[in-house]
Design a protein around this ligand. Sequence first.
Ligand SMILES: [Zn+2]
Ligand SMILES: [Zn+2]
Length: 138
Amino acid sequence: MTRKVTKRRPAQEQDKLIFTALQESGRPVSAYEIIDQLRDRATLAPQTVYRALDRLIASGSAHRLESLNAFVACCQSTHKGAGAAVFAICDDCGTVSEFAEPRAVEALASWAKKAKYTVRAMTLELRGRCSACTARMA
Ligand SMILES: [Zn+2]
Ligand SMILES: [Zn+2]
């Protein structure tokens, strides 16, 4: 299978551009928000952005938040490529905190093993209110 490369920007450069956009936004963004954000710097087709996001996710540099249908830059250099990430999403201010909870991930992996279930992706998302918003509401 051959793929004709007609884009003027090499994949690596695209990935870097999109990763930078994710880091700059500092919150979960959709592919279309990324395109908007980079409008001054590049004209990107949605499929170009999705392909770059797929590569960034595969390498552990970014994550997809299923419940928001949005993407974030990985903020834990330690778990790059390790797969599962845990997120706490604030429904009020939209802040997303990424953290590692190896015990939760191990528990789920061990269930999958027992159930002979093959895990393709694991994203744990907590929905609720962050500490700052909780304090503000009190
Ligand atoms: Zn991560
Ligand atoms: Zn909040």
